[in-house]
Design a protein around this ligand. Structure first.
Ligand code: ADP
Ligand code: MG
Length: 327
């Protein structure tokens, strides 16, 4: 069982940041409103993520650590309309095959917390009582301790932490309703409070994307029957360094999509002078049935069923925004 999981881990667990991604997405799927992340030595030594989400009850703990055990998809039909971030049920099993993972959890309707540890070649799951408030803490120690080839591929502590920091920024931009903190080697690096109002959201954006971005940005929002697109766009982003304020989310999921990128580029090419770079944070919301996220395990890519329609909707919304704003 361990070997099969390690092979699967190759797809999902590339580096510490990919572990953080899977764990934070699980916290989001569990409805957490606060997520605290502690990292040691770039994540190679320790990744600890605590949430106040729904938790997992004692009976389901063992299952949660098993391969292809997901509580999020119960019918094949559900695959047609994925609303949760996770759905493959392989992240925890994969991570626990290449690290020492403990999963501690207390759901609201259970008096005690319980902790699960997967160990040994056959990944037997041991369960013991623990102390924990409602929610879940997942601790991942010594990543790749048993796959030395992969451990050697890890970059410096600083680089690995930068990947984690960038990931947390992307998540913080996708979920303004969630409070997130990030510590590295016991020092607080980021702290985002829940930001329900647009003003608070723009403060969070300023912290993440720079003051300059948000000061030049215009907010836009446009809704059709089945598609909603909103966000912030900004020009005047020369010099270069700010050009990396380019974030796009579909139904809360960060994506890099050729079609979407093409639509955005095309519009900006028309409005922006040569040598300037657009900055944008764009949120697309649509019926989950209209997009297929089950393309790649890392889930960066999506496939739209009505690609042309989405493309044109993005183009026309941005066109109107840039036209009106006299950016
Ligand atoms: P997936 O997210 O694809 O379902 P995972 O391996 O990431 O698969 O997680 C397995 C299961 O463990 C989830 O379906 C969920 O039921 C449970 N789980 C994992 N993390 C959490 C968490 N932070 N809070 C509540 N349940 C969790
Ligand atoms: Mg998951």
């Amino acid at each position: 069982a361990r070997l099969a999981n390690q092979i699967a881990a190759g797809e999902v667990v590339e580096r510490p940041a990919s572990v953080v991604k899977e764990l934070v997405e699980n916290s989001l799927d569990a409805g957490a409103t606060r997520i605290d992340i502690e990292i040691e030595q770039g994540g190679a030594k320790c990744i600890r993520i605590k949430d106040n989400g729904s938790g997992v009850n004692k009976e389901q703990l063992t299952l949660a650590l098993s391969r292809h055990a997901t509580s999020k998809i119960s019918h094949l039909d559900d695959l047609e309309a994925i609303v949760s971030l996770g759905f493959r049920g392989e992240a925890l099993a994969s991570v626990s095959s290449v690290a020492r993972l403990t999963f501690t959890s207390k759901p609201a309707d259970q008096d005690e917390a319980w902790q699960a540890i997967a160990e040994g070649r056959d990944m037997q799951v041991h369960i013991q009582p623990a102390a924990h408030p409602q929610g879940t803490t997942v601790e991942v120690l010594d990543l790749f301790f048993n796959t030395p080839a992969r451990r050697r591929f890890l970059k410096t502590e600083k680089t690995e932490f930068q990947h984690i920091d960038e990931l947390i920024k992307r998540i913080a931009l996708s979920r303004f309703d969630i409070a997130i903190s990030l510590k590295h080697n016991n020092k607080i690096v980021r702290q985002y409070r829940a930001a329900p109002t647009q003003q608070q959201q723009e403060k969070r954006i300023a912290a993440i994307c720079s003051e300059q971005f948000i000061q030049n940005a215009v907010f836009f929002e446009h809704q059709d029957q089945a598609l909603k697109i909103s966000g912030w766009v900004s020009d005047r982003l020369s010099p270069r360094p700010l050009a990396d304020v380019q974030y796009c989310y579909i139904n809360g999921r960060m994506i890099r999509d050729k079609l979407v990128n093409h639509a955005i580029k095309q519009v900006f090419a028309y409005y922006l002078p040569q040598g300037t770079f657009p900055g944008y944070i764009i949120y697309i919301e649509c019926d989950p049935k209209e997009v297929d996220v089950n393309v790649h395990p890392a889930k960066h890519e999506v496939r739209f069923h009505q690609a042309r329609w989405v493309h044109d909707f993005i183009s026309s919304t941005l066109n109107t925004t840039l036209n009106d704003s006299s950016l």
